[in-house]
Design a protein around this ligand. Structure first.
Ligand code: ADP
Ligand code: MG
Length: 255
């Protein structure tokens, strides 16, 4: 039965999408069956997996409105080794449409349950907000992976996310927990980053993943080729780190 993880942080540009597609590709590489769900109307995780959001007939939007199942709407990311439930711009409308609907925050969870036996991991790329879309992701998940840069204000933003996760845990999804904070875009030459990294470890202990993702331009270049870095340039140090992270996730699930 699949374990379901949200990659979430309400800040934009912190590496959610990069983490989602590279973790998906890394997990596939170490033999895991993976479904990647793009919950961001920007569709970057879809495009970054080599799936053209402009030509997709069915997306996570149709699944949330219950006009399609995941089995019908998913596609294969051929070069990446995982399945994709894509998104496109129309998903931004779902926010409003869902408001008046029943079980509005549980729809993704119900849909995932129908395919959970086919996967080891389901990864959900969340939009940069604590919206109805993110809430659907959190209600469907066993755990949250929080990518963050080791910068001065990194911890401030975390408070809102932690509170939201606590509320969802208390009211909607007893399973939900923060699996871990993932340090991304890390540059060891910057003293401040080292300091913040140490603070994170002191404060959150084993909730901080061992793997650190370095700043690496190959990871930033890969999306323009429609590939995760792990597939685009497997030898790049950022790609190697994401495969290591995938193995760390597999080990944590077993533990
Ligand atoms: P989010 O999904 O949180 O908005 P993205 O994953 O899109 O963040 O990342 C924001 C930008 O930073 C993108 O241009 C991406 O290519 C770049 N980026 C992400 N991680 C790295 C990294 N480890 N090294 C270099 N660039 C990165
Ligand atoms: Mg993103």
């Amino acid at each position: 039965m699949a374990k379901v993880f949200c990659v979430a942080n309400q800040k934009g540009g912190v590496g959610k999408t990069t983490t989602t597609v590279n973790l998906a590709a890394g997990l596939a590489k170490v033999g895991q069956r993976v479904l990647m769900i793009d919950l961001d109307p920007q569709g970057n995780a879809t495009m970054g997996s080599g799936v053209d959001k402009r030509t997709l007939e069915l997306t996570v939007y149709d699944v949330l409105l219950e006009s399609s199942s995941i089995a019908e709407a998913r596609v294969k990311a051929e070069k990446c080794g995982y399945d994709v439930l894509g998104s496109s711009r129309e998903l931004s409308g779902a926010e409003v449409e869902l408001v008046t609907m029943e079980r509005r925050e549980k729809r993704l969870q119900a849909a995932i349950a129908t395919v959970a036996a086919e996967y080891d991991f389901v990864l959900i790329d969340c939009p940069p907000s604590l919206s109805m879309l993110t809430l659907n992701g959190l209600c469907a998940a066993n755990g949250v992976i929080v990518p963050m840069q080791c910068e001065y204000f990194a911890l401030e933003g975390l408070t809102d996310l932690v509170n939201t996760i606590k509320q969802v845990h208390a009211n909607l999804n007893k399973d939900l927990q923060i699996i871990g904070l993932l340090r991304v875009m890390f540059d060891p030459r910057i003293t401040l980053q080292q300091q913040v990294s140490e603070q994170l470890k002191a404060h959150f202990a084993d909730k901080v993943f061992n793997t650190v993702i370095p700043r690496n331009v190959r990871l930033a270049e890969a999306p323009s080729y429609g590939l995760p870095g792990v597939v685009f340039d497997p030898a790049a140090k950022g790609s190697v780190a994401y495969v290591e992270f995938a193995q760390e996730m597999v080990d944590r699930i077993k533990a």
